[in-house]
Every structure is written in C-alpha cells, then in structure tokens.
Design a protein around this ligand. Sequence first.
Ligand code: F6P
Length: 339
Amino acid sequence: MTDKNSIQNDSPKRTKLRKIGVFTSGGDAPGMNAAIRAVTRAAIANKLKVVGIRRGYQGMIEGDFVPMKSADVSGIIQLGGTILRTARSNEFRTSEGRQKAWQQLQKAGIDAVVVIGGDGSFTGALTMSQEYNISFVGIPATIDNDMYGTDYTIGYETALNSVVCAVDKIRDTAVSHGRIFIVEVMGREAGLLALNSGIACGAEVILIPESKEQHDELKRFLEKGYKNRDRSGIIMVAEGDEPGGALNIAEQVRKEHPDLDVRVSILGHIQRGGSPTANDRVNATKMGVAAVDALLDDQKSIMIGLDNGKIVQVPFNKAVKLNHSIDCNLLDIQKMLNI
Ligand code: F6P
C-alpha cells in the first residue's frame, strides 16, 4: 500500500513466508467473516497456505486448527459472527499459555498470523511477538470503534445501525406513553456508539464515559426539558459511563423524580449480531488484503487502519496504548438542537 500515511516498505517480498494463520479474538463483530474471506483469498492468491485458528487464543493454545481453502470462505461475506468462532482466553495471559500457543504454531508450520479483533487481542499478539519469533498483523474489529490510529473498526457501522433501528422502535412507545427511556448501549470504556446513535435518534441526553458534564445535562432535562407527558425522552447511556449504566441511572432518577414514568432498555448483545453493512464488508475486505500484503512485506506487530479512507499501518504498541479520541463537539450540537 502506498499512500502517504502508510509506512513505506520497498524491500523485496520475502520468500520465507509459506503458511499463515488467521483467527478472530475477543468480542465478535459483524464483518469479521468478510475479513477472514479476504485474508484467506489474498493469501492463496499470493501462493501462501492458510490455516484457520478456531476460538481465538484458546484455540491457538489447544491447536484447534483447520486448513482454509478458497471454497471454505465462500458464501460468508454477508454473515454476522465469525465462522472461526472467538473467545476471551485467560490462559493466554499467562506465559505458560503463550508458550503452548507458540509450540502449536511451530508444530503446524505457521510462520505469521493475522489477528482480527480489538485492543485486548492486539496486546496479546504484541506480548507473544516480543517473546517468540512470530509476526502478527492485526485487523481492527470491534463494535466500539475505540482503537487508536484508525478511523474505523469493523462492525461499528452495523452495530450503529442496529442501535438506531432499536431506538426508533423504543421512541414509538415512549411517545405513546410520554415516557422517559434510559437506553444502554455497549461500550465498556468507549462512548462512540452511544454518541453517534444518540445523535441519529435525536436523543434528549447522551451519557458517555468521555464527558462528565453530560450529567448536568441530564439534570437540566429532568428539571426543565421534560415538561410534561406530551413529550418523550430518550437518554442514551454507554455501559461504561459513570455512575454505572442504565439501571443505576434509572434508580437515581426515580429517587429524585418519583413522579416521572421511567423505563430502562438494555440493548445488550443484539448490537453484536446481524449481517454486516456494505461499508463493513468493504472495509473488512480492504483491510484483509492489506494485512496479507503487510506480512508479505515482512511487517510485524502492526495494525492495519483506515485514515480518511486510506489504508495505514499503525504499530501495535501505539494502537493499544493510546486512546481513540472522540468528537465532543457532537455533544454541543446535540445540546443546541434539543430545544
Ligand atoms: O468490546 C466489544 C464489546 O461488545 C463491548 O462493547 C462490551 O463491553 C463487551 O464487548 C462485552 O463483552 P462480552 O460479550 O464478553 O460480555
């Protein structure tokens, strides 16, 4: 890849690379299958053998490997979830676990790996590549869109649309009853999903971990904004927001305003499922091809990212240590429009 933001590497393609592994790890995200397909087929097109590692790092430790042919990734681009399955592995956090994983990779003759996941998955890859001679390239896939160094993570747009669809329906019943709904969306430490879905649904208040001031907004809305039952109210809250999600906020609101008709809706894992949007499929495809390209160029411990639509390569240690910034101006816009 040759745009100005990417790390340039004009060295000849290495010949040593023969067999790569590909796996998905951490929370699944719609579009992971499109990435698996792109990695598999781009590798085959470059005469590499491909092994699918099932169930994330846990499967790596246990040697749960399957050979991947072009036909194995046929008809999966439109599927949610991940055909390779996924896991959060505690064993891989231990040096014994990583040693077992390394032995399994060696036994299978895998000399480089594409990891599709979020920052926990890349932290694992970085640690292992520092301990053993193995190259990892990452493809960011998480509905949270919270990775530093990329504008986009696979699955985010599909999840955003799922939230918007659900909240539009909640609004219908909220208006009918003149109720206030506190809607909790995913995002342990990241509020982007709550922020953008809140804007898209015309939420009256948006509570995200990145902005404490929003709690004054909630107060203002409950005391002045929500005048009577001719109005409805949608309060979007990211699960990671202090003081701790929709149930806690509802308890607080009910205590302070016993007259208000408040309901809670926690959208939960519905946000992680479903057929990926066109953008998620296209981005997953671009990133999958770029990941194989990076391995062929002898890159190691980098994440493939998108910067204004262009492929970039971001060192893992930056991607996992730095925070993705959030456009807090959107909160001002939301405030201005909610009059
Ligand atoms: O990181 C993706 C994510 O969906 C977060 O938004 C959420 O906090 C977490 O995963 C939930 O993980 P699990 O499915 O393991 O409970």
